[in-house]
Design a protein around this ligand. Structure first.
Ligand code: KIV
Ligand code: ZN
Length: 512
């Protein structure tokens, strides 16, 4: 019998700390439902003490999920633990995840606490959490740079106080696989009551080693892996779920462990995260990148045609990448659209389907073949981000070699129509200037990128912007066959996200 590895997904907590990523409550709920479908064991829904918005999202996710464990993060303070419990208590299986830093550098400079004081705080908070639930995780922040024997001491004390999962994070992505594996083995061997808890690891990707470190730790005896979809997260991100799950799945004889992940939900979940957060997946990203299964070299193509396993160690279908790319067109009906969306992992209500169908018909009038990537844009714009403040109603642009680029724009702002015109250096500049004037927001444009979603000149253009306003940074994404319209949509998406950040401030400065 294989040992079971528990997959603890923190896309909604650590993942949301990715620079520029922000999700509203409706988006978080949708993602949480998809993560449950993917089969994660534990879903860390947020850090309720950090903001009202986080509390609300965790609360709603806890109420909604049917069988997945829902965790909420808390520092070692009663206030944080009260908030965490207040948010997760209605979950089928609630978990409180409390943490404190254990490395000498963090204890001295960040916490200004001695080792004994840190152990005391850990024990008190686990005990306090135990007054609410028996399902408690304790994490030693900056664990990989902590003294080994001190780690054993604090873990032993936390387990004694009631912790049922012990998590060793490589918070700053400093560990090297062999060294991390040795550390995990050492801690397991020298923590007397370790068999009363599940041993977990949580790795960051600063040196590009998060997946390698997590797999090394599993080989050394860890039984819970903390991960995010697409590896998003603080700085260089976290261990990516798809990489470690497919690592274990592809090399069963090496790892001899199993997970309950439905691998065919990996690709739909990855796309959903990318569409919701606006963070693109790099094309060469393992497992879910656009090129992950694309063979360019002639010798490879020849081999793959003769037998796919010559160059493919995983089948695209195993991760949910459909090889049956059904192309829809203007004669396709609602039923065909519905079943394609279902295959792509979107379970839409009747009303949502109706809305997407109308948008689909509009697009099919402009574009002969509507492919999966186009449908994703329609779902994102029509459903996932439907509660936005600013929406584009109308856009007209004049530009060319002899005229001053001008844009006329009509927007709805909280349901009220406003319109105006403006000019700029080029068509996109004129559109952005006009939108800025109408919304009264003038963020700095930090990044602007355009790409074609598929091949062909009628492909959807996908534009991503990165906007900054008064210290807040947000990404915006928009898609349309016309790249000027796509640019307008991405700018408006970025403004909506900035507005959301303004109204949902994070209270604590060290909100992880
Ligand atoms: O990276 C880290 O140390 C964390 C902890 C809160 C688990 O995210
Ligand atoms: Zn982390």
């Amino acid at each position: 019998m294989n040992d079971r590895i528990y997959i603890f997904d923190t896309t909604l907590r650590d993942g949301e700390q990715s620079p520029g990523a922000s999700m509203n409550t409706a988006e978080k709920l949708r993602l949480a439902v998809q993560l449950e479908k993917l089969g994660v064991d534990i879903l860390e829904a947020g850090f309720p003490a950090s903001s009202e918005g986080d509390f609300e999202a965790v609360y709603k996710i806890a109420e909604r999920l049917k069988h997945t464990e829902v965790a909420a993060l808390a520092r070692t303070s009663k206030g944080d633990i009260d908030r965490a419990w207040g948010a997760v208590q209605n979950a089928v299986k609630p978990r409180i995840h409390t943490f404190i830093a254990t490395s000498d550098i963090h204890m001295k400079y960040k916490l200004n606490m001695s080792r004994d004081e840190v152990v005391k705080a850990a024990v008190e908070s686990v005990r306090y959490a135990k007054s609410f639930t028996d399902n408690i995780e304790f994490s030693s922040e900056d664990g990989s740079r902590s003294d080994r024997d001190f780690l054993c001491k604090i873990f032993e004390a936390a387990i004694e106080a009631g912790a049922t999962t012990i998590n060793l994070p490589d918070t700053v992505g400093y560990a090297i696989p062999q060294e991390f594996s040795d550390l995990v083995k050492y801690v397991i061997a020298h923590t007397p009551n370790i068999n009363k808890a599940v041993f977990s690891v949580h790795c960051h990707n600063d040196l590009g080693l998060a997946t390698a470190n997590t797999l090394a730790a599993i080989n050394a005896g860890a039984r819970q892996a903390e991960v995010t979809i697409n590896g998003i997260g603080e700085r260089a991100g976290n261990t990516s779920l798809e990489e470690i799950v497919m690592g274990m799945h592809t090399r069963p004889n090496f790892f001899n462990v199993s997970t309950q992940i439905d691998t065919e939900q990996i690709y739909p979940t990855s796309r959903l995260v990318s569409m919701i957060t606006g963070i693109m997946v790099q094309p060469n990203k393992a497992v879910v990148g656009a090129n992950a299964f694309a063979h360019e070299a002639g010798i490879h193509q020849d081999g793959v045609l003769k037998n796919p396993m010559t160059y493919e160690i995983m089948k695209p279908e195993t991760v949910g990448l459909s090889t049956n790319k059904l192309v829809l067109g203007k004669h396709s009906g609602r039923h065909a659209l519905h079943s394609r969306l279902k295959e792509m992992g979107y379970d839409l209500s009747d009303d949502e389907l109706k809305l997407v169908f109308t948008k689909f018909k509009d697009l099919a009038d402009k574009k002969k073949h509507v492919v999966d990537e186009d449908l994703e844009v329609l779902v994102t714009e029509g459903i996932l981000r439907a509660a936005d403040i600013f929406r584009l109603e109308y856009l007209h642009v004049t530009c060319g070699t002899t005229v001053l680029p001008m844009a006329s724009v009509k927007l709805t702002i909280n349901g009220r129509s406003v319109q105006g015109a403006g000019y700029g250096n080029g068509p996109i500049d004129s559109v952005f200037n006009t939108i800025a004037k109408l919304t009264g927001m003038e963020p700095d444009l930090l990044r602007f990128s355009v790409s074609a979603l598929t091949g062909g000149t009628d492909s959807m253009g996908e534009v991503t912007v990165r906007l900054s306003d008064n210290g807040l940074v947000a990404l915006g994404k928009g898609g349309d066959p016309d790249i000027i319209t796509a640019s307008a949509k991405s700018y408006i998406d970025g403004l909506n996200r900035l507005e959301y950040l303004k109204t949902h401030p994070v209270k604590t400065s060290e909100a992880l």
